[in-house]
Design a binder for this molecule. Structure first.
Ligand code: MN
Length: 231
């Protein structure tokens, strides 16, 4: 095959204990999936899940034990952190039943759904798409993926985000409004999931701004933690 120019390289994420990397296809994100965060964003009742996407090349790989620089993005004065469990899909499918969802999961990772909150809020007010607030370059930091057989019970895990050593967000995966299996069912009803898809499953309360020079440390029990410095 001849191309008019060199195609973009495949984005991939390291896998704990393997030399082979996880090639990224799409990035799906769940909005308002923790009750306390839904409340802080102004929502009062449980509503069906809704989704947005980030481009695959928004991924910023954070290798184990390294502090990666996260470039402060353009256009914003209110860059927010959202710590999230990321589900890595290993087997595709459409209309996946809740009881079969686990068969489609390759593994889990710690991720950050970085958000240009001022731009997202402007778009929300105008009823316009969130792309500019959510799907920008470097908006999807992620740590190495741990395969499912090495994660005993993700449902019982605690997730935590510290900024400059102070805890900003802390909750349990069990507090997700729509759990991992239900999320896979809902997304696969709308899109055909493919091997290589990543799902950012939503963030708990405590989202807030970071500025250049801040350090972020994200962790979820049983997974490789991530560390970044805002550049
Ligand atoms: Mn989010």
């Amino acid at each position: 095959m001849d191309y008019c120019f060199a195609p973009a390289p495949t984005v991939s994420v390291p896998v704990v204990g393997q030399s082979a990397e996880f090639p990224v296809h799409r990035i799906y994100c769940v909005a308002r999936n923790f009750e306390d965060h839904a409340r802080e964003m102004g929502q009062s009742d449980r509503e069906p899940p809704f989704f947005f996407m980030k481009p695959a090349d928004a991924v910023v790989v954070v290798p184990a034990g390294e502090a990666v620089t996260l470039p402060y993005p353009s256009l914003t004065h209110n860059l927010h952190h959202e710590i999230e469990l990321v589900v890595a899909i290993g087997k595709g499918g459409s209309n996946i039943a809740v009881e079969h969802a686990a068969e489609h999961i390759f593994g889990y990772a710690v991720g950050l759904d970085m958000t240009r909150r001022d731009l997202q809020n402007d778009m929300k007010k105008q009823g316009r798409p969130w792309c500019i607030g959510k799907g920008f370059d470097h908006s999807a930091p992620i740590g190495p993926i741990t395969t499912t057989q090495h994660v005993p019970d993700i449902q019982q895990a605690t997730l935590c985000l510290q900024v400059n050593g102070t805890v900003r967000q802390q909750s349990q995966i069990s507090q997700l409004i729509w759990n991992v299996a239900e999320t896979i069912t809902q997304i696969s009803a709308a899109w055909a999931l493919q091997p290589g898809d990543l799902i950012y499953t939503g963030t708990p309360a405590g989202v807030g701004a970071v500025v250049a020079g801040d350090t972020l440390a994200g962790s979820i029990d049983g997974l490789t933690p991530i560390a970044l410095t805002v550049g």
